[in-house]
Design a protein around this ligand. Sequence first.
Ligand code: NDP
Length: 213
Amino acid sequence: MTVLVTGASRGIGAGLAEAYRNRGENVIAAARSGGDARLDVADPASIKALAGRLSGTAIDLLICNAGIFPDKGQRLEDGFAAELWDEVFRVNVRGVFLTVQALLPHLERAHAPKIALLSSRLGSNMHAGGGNYIYRASKAAVTNLGRNLATDLAPKGIAVGIYHPGWVRTDMGGTGADISLEESVSGLVARFDALSVETTGEFRTWDGRTLEF
Ligand code: NDP
């Protein structure tokens, strides 16, 4: 099985790439620097170039993991600058869509292809705790992308799942987060294994609980 992970330089992406590699899968760790393949999801030309370099390669599992959270803790009164909205949506939303679009031919070459999107509970409309407006809106958009891609890709036999990795001790999650990288990664791998066209469009936590959109 060939697995392509975006944002594989550190954190959850690096953990997922290592877990699949340890399992003997063929892993393409895509990252802005280092990794097996260069990919900046904010740059459409970089996405196209990667798709071109992988032309003819079947991808069984595409994991859209790259993401940023630069508005963490900002104040409603004076935070959330216009440029930050553009930056976050370029990476977290447009980056996901363009990556999936460019790699569709590669997924179509696989026997039972799957796409896993790393979204967040913070983007669920049922968990509106306030604050973090840009990140929350971007993850709500990722979940929406996943739901609509699931509809469009089901006839092609491509399953799409949307996942909350837990609050994980990474650079993004911070040292006070709930769970270790290993716990999150092993849970996510189990979720991705279980994903199929029968369950396409699911929005689940790393440990298998269904999340409200
Ligand atoms: P980290 O901040 O630890 O790592 C983010 C990764 O994304 C890095 O590899 C980074 O690469 C990469 N990345 C950022 N921008 C780009 C870009 N333009 N192109 C390519 N890669 C890029 O985050 P986590 O590992 O914690 O999070 C991974 C995913 O899980 C994200 O989508 C996040 O939103 C989501 N998530 C995380 C939670 C947590 O508690 N940690 C909770 C809920 C969701 P580089 O090294 O080049 O900067």
